[in-house]
Design a protein around this ligand. Structure first.
Ligand code: ADP
Ligand code: GLC
Length: 490
């Protein structure tokens, strides 16, 4: 099968969160499964071309845009360690600047930038003579691919048999655009925007809604989230729209790339270990404590280390952490390491916490791939008390490293973590249900006592490491959805 993948992020080239992990690892798995993938990404100004060997081709594509024509030059590079060619679109007007979305508020022309990416992707496929069986768009940024296929390209014999699949990674961001601008950039007749049309939601152009309505199949990143967005406020107003597509909406659980996220092969961590050499994990813990300046002298204290690697936003339950964590640190019952960035209020809170308890709390504000691996290897627990969580990858990374996740039972966290049962020693993590400080406090109490109990403590970590969250399983499920989508266009 030929898959055209278009997204705003793709690891390792341009990453903000889990979307990039998925779009970076799926093409590898599909290629290994004998599919042919064409991943397309903007050439953002801060993509490290030299590091990834990204080079300019002699292609320049012409992109019909609104009532005029624009251009993009085409660059090419391989996903590191693979033979998968990735194509990058360079446009001085839209992508040359540093940043993917624009920090904090977002760039004011994001509508124009991402609609351009969608239109250009079709033109690139044609220029490369890559006749896609599937166009796979991700999140609101590339949702306009779905109506573009129906309106502009379906009548073109080149795309006659192309089916479309739209994957929702996060319902909270929908691409709410000015209708006049968006319809014009997409090249759609303005009269097709009216109350109740497939482009309209609350009076605005809504890229997410258009993606959902026009796609042949809609997927989201876990079965639980597929339910929640239809029937609860997690749908962020899209519940009725998703209910209309109920029979075409499928939850495909994310997976992780075990070539990058396994303690056996991870080059960033102090000492490799596996399921049967779990005792070596304490060396990684000591190395992490040393690296982050938490008192090494006291590291032998039998208290657990809790890690977090996260965007610091309300979604991730950061306010709940802020409500409960200080009393545990103040009484020296645990250590905490956080790596993340996001809302200023949360960044300031955690900076203050680390200043008050320099031996017990370390907070790294920023982004570091190697440090995130060391936190996964060196922590005893990973804290992820999300308010909502479409899937979440960090809890899966944690389990792969024998680091026990403490999670709220929601979305993909609910689907990937089984609550530990001390009676029969089954389960892979600690779960709590309500988004309440008391519930998180109780969950941390359970974690502290589990940490002291053998054989339960060893067993839960072994159970976690035995889970199979491989991206290959996810890639196969997508291929099934793709085949199902194609039935309509054979
Ligand atoms: P989301 O996509 O909602 O942010 P996920 O758990 O799906 O949540 O994915 C987050 C991804 O981003 C993981 O790969 C995680 O390791 C990474 N990540 C988040 N914050 C940082 C950071 N500050 N430094 C390095 N990696 C980070
Ligand atoms: C989104 C979600 C996260 C998910 C990721 C990859 O960013 O917030 O839960 O794991 O996309 O699908």
């Amino acid at each position: 099968m030929k898959i055209l993948q278009v997204a705003a992020e793709m690891a390792p080239f341009a990453k903000v969160g889990g979307l990039a992990d998925m779009t970076g690892s799926l093409p590898k798995a599909w290629t290994a499964g004998n599919h042919s993938v064409l991943p397309v990404l903007p050439l953002y100004g801060n993509i490290d071309r030299a590091k990834y060997g990204i080079e300019q081709t002699d292609m320049m594509i012409t992109v019909p845009y609104g009532t005029w024509t624009e251009y993009a030059t085409v660059f090419k590079g391989k996903i590191p360690g693979t033979s998968v060619d990735t194509y990058f679109l360079r446009s001085a007007d839209y992508f040359d600047r540093p940043g993917i979305y624009g920090y904090h508020e977002g760039f004011v022309d994001n509508d124009r930038r991402f609609i351009f990416l969608c239109r250009a992707a079709f033109e690139l496929a044609r220029a490369l003579n890559f006749k896609p069986d599937i166009i796979h768009g991700h999140d609101y940024h590339t949702a306009p691919l779905m109506p573009m296929l129906s309106v502009h390209y379906r009548s073109d014999p080149f795309f006659e048999h192309t089916a479309s699949v739209y994957t929702i990674h996060n319902m909270a961001y929908q691409g709410v655009y000015d209708p006049q601008r968006a319809m014009e950039f997409c090249g759609f007749p303005p009269q097709d925007f009216f109350p109740g049309s497939w482009f309209e939601h609350n009076g605005a152009f809504n890229a997410m809604k258009a993606g959902i309505m026009f796609a042949d199949k809609v997927t989201t990143v876990s079965p639980s989230y597929a339910e929640e967005i239809r029937w609860t406020e997690e749908g962020f107003g899209m519940q009725p729209v998703l209910q209309q597509r109920t029979t075409d909406l499928i939850g495909v659980l994310n997976g992780i790339d075990l070539h990058s996220w396994s303690p056996e092969v991870d080059a960033d961590i102090a000492v490799p270990y596996n399921h049967s050499t779990l005792e070596k994990k304490t060396v990684d813990k000591r190395a992490l404590l040393l690296l982050s300046g938490l008192s090494l002298a006291k590291a032998a204290e039998p208290i657990p280390l809790l890690g977090m690697v996260s965007r610091l936003t309300e979604q991730k339950g950061i306010s709940l952490v802020a409500d409960v964590i200080e009393s545990f640190i103040n009484s020296k019952r645990l250590r905490l390491i956080i790596l993340g960035s996001g809302e200023k209020y949360f960044e300031d809170y955690f900076r203050g916490l680390a200043q008050r308890y320099p031996e017990y709390a370390f907070v790294g504000i920023g982004y570091s791939e190697p440090f995130s691996h060391r936190i996964q290897a060196g922590s005893d627990f990973l804290l992820m008390p999300s308010k909502f969580e479409p899937c979440g990858l960090t809890q899966m990374f944690a389990m792969s490293y024998g680091t026990v996740p403490i999670v709220r039972a929601i979305g993909g966290l609910n689907d990937t973590v089984q609550d530990f049962d001390t009676q029969n020693l089954a389960g892979t993590g600690i779960k709590f249900r309500e988004f309440l400080a008391d519930d998180l406090r109780n969950a941390i109490e359970r974690a502290l006592s589990l940490f002291q109990q053998e054989p339960a403590w060893t067993q839960i970590r072994r159970n976690a490491m035995e889970q199979d969250f491989s991206i290959e399983r996810t890639a196969k499920q997508y291929a099934e959805v793709f085949n199902w989508a194609r039935e309509k266009h054979q």
